[in-house]
Design a protein around this ligand. Sequence first.
Ligand code: AMP
Length: 127
Amino acid sequence: MPIDPTLPYDDNNIFAKILSGEIPSAKVYEDDWAYALEDINPQAEIHTLVIPKGRYVSWDDFSAKASAEEITGFVRAVGEVARAKGLVEPGYRLMANIGHHGGQEVPHLHVHIFGGQPLGPMIWRQK
Ligand code: AMP
């Protein structure tokens, strides 16, 4: 079920539990601002998630409320993970789903990194 991105942050969401160490994850990167993990249900050869350490539901509240340091740290972490995975030369795709139309299921901001193969059309087109 897609989440409502206008609701307050839920401290019991699965990525909050991963950040606190309550739930294990396949960690690929961590710094002061961000944590990256392999997606549990990969949709491409490479499917990695990068999440900010702060309590942000989606790109909406992150872009509105995060500090300049948090935004810089998070954006740099996404680029760092993609570079570390060798994705720059072949290319890759970033995606952040927001709310119902975006199909967001976890109410903690995450950027999907897809790569390792040609990624097809940009979005699903309804006939
Ligand atoms: P979204 O639909 O953009 O909210 O994407 C949520 C993503 O989180 C999906 O691709 C899920 O496969 C992934 N996911 C859910 N639980 C976990 C978990 N415990 N570890 C890694 N990825 C997860």
